[in-house]
Ligand binder design. Structure first.
Ligand SMILES: Nc1ncnc2c1ncn2[C@@H]1O[C@H](COP(=O)(O)OP(=O)(O)OP(=O)(O)O)[C@@H](O)[C@H]1O
Ligand SMILES: [Mg+2]
Length: 314
């Protein structure tokens, strides 16, 4: 699937999702900032508010709620996503609003979620950024897993880190469950999710070890399914040097304990300019173009564009 971006070069169409489990950690701020950075690099971008039920991404963009939203698409009132896509004041950036109905992503059927994901893949822009809602609803995990870049946002607070681990673990098991027809290990995944299971499986890494030991053929299939599974860690609202280090700790816990390939993308400072710009309903990158946060987001976006040349965060 190829499209022409604003620099008129041929670039692949990619979907990037921003999740993290916990509410209020800055997912919408991060999604909109990364989307704007991509447009500054000449890419065409559609930003999608998948926080159905409590959609507020338009506020981060300083835009009004469009007359038609994702609830029109999900309910079948609108068949083509282009009908609910609106342009924004930022050149190259389009926007699809979530819903203001009481529609929850958890209530959306698997069929509607698949139809939505496939329609998102056909949007004309080169990049589609998904702002996921809080929580670990199955559809949220599916949107996250089906994305080309899986960004996990968290803050230095212990509750946020706990939720990020829970979100990654749930996404990983969800990935295995959706590959169930290839693996046939549903009973083991169910056991793994029960913290008191008898097989001693406490983490994805334990599950992989257990399978490799008990059935090397399934172990090999599992390795293929999870081989390309990678998440990108983004630490938001950093205040101290020790906070910055937390990203490296979470990365190594993911790798050693969970067996999940995680990369520390970078961090974003805690800065009062964030709420000041939000209050003015102007994106921070537009309102405070010389803020250090802008440079941090540009670095993070470059890392996402070139994941193979990720530099260690220090
Ligand atoms: N780097 C930051 N510095 C200071 N404040 C921040 C920063 N990032 C986010 N905030 C503040 O945190 C609040 C929540 O941000 P945001 O709405 O983006 O979070 P969210 O994860 O999308 O929340 P929800 O789960 O409710 O959708 C906002 O008031 C925002 O101003
Ligand atoms: Mg949000």
């Amino acid at each position: 699937m190829l499209s022409t971006d604003r620099t008129h070069s041929i670039a692949p169409k990619l979907i990037w999702a921003v999740g993290g489990g916990k509410g209020g950690i800055g997912k919408s701020f991060i999604s909109s900032s990364i989307a704007i950075c991509l447009t500054r690099m000449g890419k065409s971008v559609t930003l999608v508010d998948l926080d159905l039920g409590s959609a507020n991404l338009h506020t981060c963009l300083g835009a009004k709620i469009p007359p038609q939203t994702l609830s029109d698409f999900i309910s079948g009132r609108v068949r083509d996503l282009n009908q609910i896509t609106v342009s924004t004041e930022i050149p190259g950036l389009s926007f699809i609003s979530g819903s203001n109905d009481s529609l929850d992503i958890a209530d959306t059927s698997r069929g509607s979620a698949d139809r939505l994901m496939s329609a998102l893949r056909h949007l004309p822009s080169s990049y589609t950024i998904l702002d996921l809602g809080a929580g670990t609803a199955q559809n949220t995990l599916d949107f996250f897993n089906l994305s080309d870049q899986k960004i996990v946002a968290f803050t230095p607070e212990p509750t946020s880190i706990e939720n990020a681990y829970r979100f990654m673990k749930s996404s990983f098991y969800r990935k295995l469950i959706t590959a169930e027809h290839e693996l046939g290990i549903q009973h083991l995944i169910d056991a793994a999710m029960d913290a008191r299971n008898q097989n001693g499986i406490r983490s994805p890494a334990d599950l992989i070890r257990y399978l490799n030991a008990s059935d090397p053929a399934i172990g090999a299939k599992l390795a293929t399914v999870i081989g390309s599974y990678q998440v990108q860690l983004l630490l938001n609202q950093v205040r101290t040097r020790q906070d910055i280090e937390l990203g490296n700790s979470v990365q190594s816990v993911c790798r050693k304990y969970f067996g999940i390939q995680a990369n520390y993308l970078g961090y974003v400072d805690h800065d009062n300019a964030v709420w000041q710009s939000l209050r003015k309903r102007r994106p921070l990158i537009v309102e405070f173009p010389y803020s250090s946060i802008v440079g941090q987001f540009l670095g993070i976006t470059k890392n996402l564009l070139n994941p193979h040349s990720l530099r260690a965060v220090i």
